[in-house]
Write a protein that binds this ligand. Structure first.
Ligand code: CA
Length: 222
């Protein structure tokens, strides 16, 4: 995808959060800020991010707990912990509990940006797990894991279609838009409806919702 990378910044210090948002925004990233653990969990589960930059000491839910919960739900987004707790034992704990990288506060701005870039590079072709309500899709193996209900294997095109919807979970996609982006090589405009049918058959009727007169949107898996 050629969209700008999206970064979730989780930081309860409003001034620091604003500074990070400015800094990362200036680098061309789309930035979403969550000021507490609950919010971070909600954001992390409801849309796709390329990198998470997370403080540890947060209201509601502690940073590493948020990260563990996201990992348990299948969210594999690389995470950089940014914390004043930065002795070796703290760093080891952070890495053991699901973080890919750990930077102590106060931090050097150039180093932070370099580490975020490095996480994006390392994961650009391995961030295979896409969260879908009720499960997750591994785009590498085209395997859908339903929460508590086993696995379903998709065809290549079905997987591409579901991934496209899941990367923008709130967006309504028109048939024309989908024809251009997912089914560009098809010469039959009925192909979108055909694949909606296939996905519903494999993953339950609600997995692709029809928005009358507008198109389709991702729904929950059965
Ligand atoms: Ca804090």
């Amino acid at each position: 995808m050629d969209d700008e990378p999206c970064v979730l910044v989780v930081e309860d210090d409003a001034a620091l959060a604003a500074m990070l948002a400015d800094l990362l925004g200036g680098e061309g990233y789309e930035v979403v800020v969550a000021g507490d653990g609950q919010r971070a969990l909600h954001e992390g589960l409801s849309r796709h991010f390329d990198v998470i930059v997370m403080d540890r000491g947060l209201p509601a839910i502690e940073g590493l707990d948020v990260l563990e919960r996201l990992r348990r739900k299948g969210v594999a987004t690389p995470a950089l912990i940014l914390s004043a707790l930065s002795n070796p034992a703290d760093r080891v704990e952070g890495l053991n509990r699901g973080a890919e990288d750990y930077l102590g506060k106060p931090f050097d701005i150039d180093e932070l940006l370099a580490r975020v870039r490095s996480l994006l590079r390392r994961h650009s072709d391995t961030s295979a797990l896409v969260r879908v309500p009720g499960g997750s899709l591994d785009v590498g193996t085209r395997m859908v894991t339903l929460d508590g209900l086993g696995m379903v294997v998709l065809s290549e095109r079905e997987s591409e279609f579901l991934e496209h919807l899941a990367r923008r979970p709130q967006q309504v996609f028109t048939r024309e838009g989908l024809l251009e982006s997912v089914f560009a090589d098809a010469d039959d405009s009925g192909v979108v409806d055909t694949y909606v049918h296939y996905l519903r058959k494999k993953l339950g009727r609600a997995c692709v919702l029809t928005v009358r007169g507008r198109g389709y949107v991702l729904g929950p898996l059965a």
